[in-house]
Design a protein around this ligand. Structure first.
Ligand SMILES: [Mg+2]
Ligand SMILES: [Zn+2]
Length: 224
């Protein structure tokens, strides 16, 4: 099964900032831009949520790699293809940098599948976070020939046992910010600190918390 779709664009940190080794995984719709029940189908439909670029800029200024992980089933539903996705993401990046010159995304990973495709990348499965973790922490960083790539992760990643204890993350500052249970589940499965936001407010809701390295994040149990 084709997917997830990876856009790998690592960039230097702002001047004087050292990489802290952690990754901030960000859901897209309802966290960075306003979500819609009918999906975001074109760049014109993108509405950036207030203070979202500044919050992403804050993370980069602290040395976090930023990685969007987003479920976009309209692709497998046949509504539009990955070229349309790239156009939407190009506009998203442009808007973020307009508001905050440090608001850069090192990677955007998209699951194109539907529920019934049973992939290992659609959140709450952690496939996209595991892949991002692997690619972004590889040293020296391998840069794709073309910036975009479709990767087949298939059964490479093991199924999650949702009943076990939350695991330790690769880096204790790793975080997942999202507006849904599925985001919290995917973050939980990689041991990340979890920050849940209201979909109409987005990342601004936790802007102070995510720059506090002592904040352990929100409690979440996937089987409650
Ligand atoms: Mg969302
Ligand atoms: Zn998938």
């Amino acid at each position: 099964m084709r997917g997830p779709i990876v856009e790998f664009t690592p960039a230097n940190f702002p001047k004087g900032v050292a990489e802290n080794g952690a990754i901030a995984f960000l859901d897209r719709d309802g966290v960075l831009n306003l979500g819609k029940s009918t999906y975001i189908n074109s760049p014109e439909e993108l509405e950036i949520l207030p203070e979202a670029p500044e919050a992403v800029g804050d993370l980069r200024r602290l040395g976090f790699r930023t990685c969007i992980v987003t479920n976009q089933s309209p692709i497998m539903r046949g509504l539009w293809d990955e070229n349309q996705l790239f156009v939407i993401h190009e506009r998203l990046r442009q808007l973020f940098l307009e508001y905050d010159k440090d608001a850069h995304f090192d990677m955007i990973i998209t699951c194109p599948h539907r529920n019934r495709d049973n992939c290992s990348c659609r959140k709450p499965n952690p496939g996209m976070l595991q892949l991002g973790s692997e690619l972004l922490r590889k040293k020296p960083m391998e840069v794709f020939d073309s910036k975009q790539k479709i990767i087949e992760i298939g059964s490479k990643f093991n199924a999650v046992n949702w009943w076990k204890e939350k695991i330790s993350p690769v880096n204790e500052l790793d975080m997942m910010i999202g507006d849904r249970n599925s985001d919290m589940g995917a973050g939980w499965a990689v041991g990340a600190r979890l920050f849940r936001v209201p979909q109409s407010i987005g990342i601004k809701h936790v802007r102070k918390r995510i720059i506090d390295n002592n904040d352990k994040g929100d409690y979440f149990s996937p089987v409650r």
